[in-house]
Design a protein around this ligand. Structure first.
Ligand code: UDP
Length: 323
């Protein structure tokens, strides 16, 4: 089949590309290379920004894609609070352009990278998809707005979509050829692994007075290749007459920041020096997925169940890479 992957040079997008190639699909990537750099000569790579509607239309008119995987986005929660306009333009306007262009050229199947940040600071221990969407960051509001647009369009037109709400993507491909690298790096695991690689032992924990087991935030970490596999399973839903769906993708287990740091110490065999800093704006205390819906509907569950295994795939890539 012919697939378009936006953001295919980025962290999750590059793993998606690798997976789709392994199944012999024809892949086109649109990416503005703002943070990614994965170039694979087996794909048709086009440098384009989704904000540029004219160019997007021109490109979209050339190939009839069976589905679009839309990963391209700015994704640093904290930065989104400081630069809301930049985030809105990139994430919301860029996606609106993509959808409009798809509709114009009769491309009707979209898999959208949403996020657990749409829930805000949830009331329940494990979050179900029907939990109220009350994002507490600009990034989360961007994702919520796009999901709403997809529901609206799906009801009016023959436009099918699946929004996957990722919890915390982590780890790297087993080949250690692709992995997680943002600039600047703000995400807990790659940030610490980058420091270790540079022989720095100091790590920062943002907040230790949350109402959690050890006062630090709890997150649900899910391996990037498990996320990618869920997307592939999602494709079968496009056979339905109507398809406006959303699913959590998580492991259903939570780990505190301190537990992750302990895991990293174990995997890298490096003793770290913890420094506590004040809470980061927009950080909910606990985010853990309830994954019953995706298990039932798509028969998906994570293959990576051990957090140290996930961390070790990330470390293998970090050790090898030139970042
Ligand atoms: N965090 C931290 N120190 C860091 C980076 C992150 O304590 O150097 C915390 C952050 O406050 C959050 C958790 O680690 O509670 C996960 O943050 P990350 O940015 O990886 O993902 P997010 O959950 O924000 O998408």
């Amino acid at each position: 089949m012919k697939f378009l992957v936006t953001g295919g040079a980025g962290y999750i997008g590059s793993h998606m590309v690798k997976f789709l190639l392994s199944k012999n699909h024809e892949i086109t990537v649109f990416d503005n290379l703002s943070s990614g750099k994965f170039i694979n000569n087996k794909i048709n790579f086009i440098k384009v920004d989704l904000v540029n509607l004219n160019k997007l239309d021109q490109l979209m008119s050339k190939k009839k894609f069976d589905a679009v995987f839309h990963f391209a986005a700015l994704s640093i929660v904290n930065e989104s609070e400081k630069k809301p306009r930049k985030y809105y333009l990139n994430n919301v306007q860029g996606t609106k352009n993509l959808i409009n262009s798809m509709i114009k050229y009769n491309i009707n199947n979209l898999i959208f990278s949403s996020s657990a940040s749409v829930y805000g600071a949830p009331k329940t221990k494990k979050i179900l998809e029907r939990h109220k969407l009350k994002p507490i960051s600009e990034y989360g509001r961007n994702k919520k707005e796009i999901e709403k647009i997809l529901v609206r369009i799906g009801k009016k037109k023959n436009f099918k979509s699946i929004s996957f709400r990722y919890f915390n993507a982590a780890g790297a491909d087993e080949t250690a050829k692709i992995g997680e690298n943002h600039k600047p790096e703000t995400h807990l695991i790659p940030k610490i692994l980058n420091s270790i690689k540079r022989k720095k032992k100091k790590v920062y924990i943002y907040g230790n007075s949350y109402k959690t087991i050890d006062g630090t935030c709890i997150r649900d970490y899910v391996h990037v290749n498990d996320i990618v596999r869920a997307h592939y399973y999602g494709l079968k839903k496009f056979r339905q007459k109507k398809c406006i769906l959303n699913y959590n993708i998580g492991s259903g287990k939570g780990y505190s920041v301190l537990e992750i740091i302990k895991g990293i110490e174990k995997v890298t065999k490096v003793k770290l020096k913890i420094v506590y800093k004040k809470k980061r704006k927009g950080d909910p205390p606990i985010l853990i997925a309830d994954c019953k819906k995706i298990l039932k509907d798509l028969k998906w569950k994570p293959k990576y169940k051990n957090i140290n295994k996930i961390l070790s795939t990330a470390w293998r890539w970090h050790k090898k890479s030139f970042i």
